[in-house]
Design a protein around this ligand. Structure first.
Ligand code: GDP
Length: 304
C-alpha cells in the first residue's frame, strides 16, 4: 500500500513513527511554513522533526532536536552577544549548516532534504511541501511576526488578530509532492496545527487541488480533544481564524478533501455534526503516549 503522510511537527512525528513501523510504502510531505533563517543558517523545524524521529534520534523529552545534543555553540553565541531565543543544539546546527551550504550551491530544498534524510538513514521519502520560500506570519497588535518569533520568542502570548502565509501565492508544489499526492492509495493527514502546519501547505498553489482530486482515500487524525489541542497554540489560532477549537472545527477546515476523520472517544457527541459536513467520523483513543499507541493509531488510519 502506498501511503503519503502530510505532516507538521511533534504530534505528526509520533504518528509517522507508527506508520513507519508498518509494512507500507511511506512518503512524508512536511510543512515548510515555519522554516526560518537563524544565524544565517536555514532551519527547517518540521522537516527536521520528521527526519530525526524517523531516524530514531529525536529528543524524546521535547519531540524536537537530537537526543543527547549539547548546546556549546549556542552558549558561545550568547557569551559574545548573539540572540539565543531559538534553541538549536550543536548537532542540530550541523544539519542546518550543511543544508544551507547545499542550498547556496544551487540545490533545491527537495534535493537537499533527500540527501540529508539518506545520511540519517531514513528509508522513506521525505519531501518539503514546496521548494519556494513560504513563511507563516502571525498578525498581532505589535505587528506581524514569524511563527517562531510568536511561539518561541514571545511564548505565544501576543493577541492574534490574523495569520497569513507570506510567499504562498508565488509558491507551487513540486513534481515529487504532486506524484506523492496523486499516486497514493491513502493520504494520512497527521495530527498537526491546522493553521500553522497544514494551512501553509494548503495555501501553496496546487496542493489543495491535488489533495481534493486525488483518487486516494484521505483520512485525518484530529489533533484536538474536547475544546483544546493536545499541545501547542492550535486552539488560540483556530479561534482567531473564527473556527471552533475542536474536532468539528478541524473537520470544517478539512471538509473539501478529507473522507474520514478519527476523533477522540471523548468527542463521541461531535460525530453527528462532523458527519453532517459529509465526512465519515470514527472515534478512538487518540492520545499517543507509547510506541504501541502510535502503531495502533497508524494501523487504524490505514483501515478506516
Ligand atoms: P504546534 O501547534 O506548534 O505544536 O504544531 P504541530 O503541527 O507540531 O502540532 C502538533 C499537533 O499535534 C497539536 O495540535 C497537538 O494537539 C497534536 N498532538 C500532539 N500530541 C498528540 C497526540 O498524542 N494525539 C493526537 N491526536 N494529537 C496530538
Amino acid at each position: 500500500m502506498k501511503v503519503t503522510a502530510v505532516a507538521g511537527g511533534t504530534g505528526s512525528a509520533k504518528l509517522l513513527r507508527g506508520l513507519q513501523s508498518l509494512p507500507v510504502d511511506l512518503t512524508v510531505i512536511a510543512n515548510v511554513g515555519d522554516n526560518i533563517w537563524i544565524h544565517r543558517l536555514y532551519v527547517c523545524p518540521d522537516v527536521d522533526i520528521a527526519m530525526y524521529t524517523l531516524a530514531g534520534i529525536a529528543n524524546p523529552k521535547t519531540g524536537w532536536g537530537i537526543k543527547g545534543d549539547t548546546f556549546s555553540t549556542l552558549s558561545q553565541i550568547s557569551r559574545i552577544g548573539g540572540e539565543t531565543w531559538f534553541k538549536l543544539g550543536d548537532r542540530d546546527l550541523a544539519t542546518s549548516a550543511l543544508r544551507t551550504g547545499m542550498l547556496r550551491r544551487g540545490m533545491t530544498l527537495t534535493a537537499v532534504t533527500d540527501r540529508l534524510r539518506k545520511s540519517f538513514g531514513v528509508k522513506c521519502e521525505l519531501l518539503p511541501a514546496t521548494d519556494q520560500n513560504l513563511e507563516t506570519r502571525i498578525d498581532t497588535p505589535l505587528g506581524d511576526m514569524h511563527l517562531q518569533e510568536f511561539w518561541v520568542r514571545e511564548k505565544g502570548e501576543p493577541e492574534v488578530t490574523g495569520v497569513h502565509y507570506r510567499g504562498a501565492s508565488r509558491a507551487s508544489i513540486t513534481a515529487e509532492v504532486r506524484r506523492a499526492l496523486s499516486g497514493a492509495d491513502r493520504v494520512v493527514i497527521c495530527p498537526a496545527n491546522p493553521i500553522t502546519s497544514i494551512g501553509p501547505m494548503l495555501a501553496i498553489s496546487g496542493f489543495a487541488k491535488e489533495l481534493a482530486g486525488s483518487d486516494a482515500r484521505v483520512v485525518a487524525l484530529s489533533p484536538m480533544v474536547g475544546e483544546a489541542p493536545f499541545s501547542g497554540p492550535a486552539g488560540k489560532l483556530m479561534k482567531a481564524a473564527g473556527r471552533k477549537a475542536d474536532s468539528v472545527g478541524i473537520a470544517s477546515m478539512y471538509q473539501k478533501f478529507v473522507d474520514c476523520i478519527v476523533v477522540a472517544s471523548e468527542d463521541q457527541a461531535m460525530k453527528k455534526r462532523i458527519e453532517a459536513l459529509g465526512i465519515e467520523c470514527v472515534t478512538s483513543e487518540t492520545m499517543m503516549k507509547s510506541r504501541e499507541d502510535e502503531r495502533r493509531l497508524a494501523r487504524e488510519l490505514l483501515k478506516v
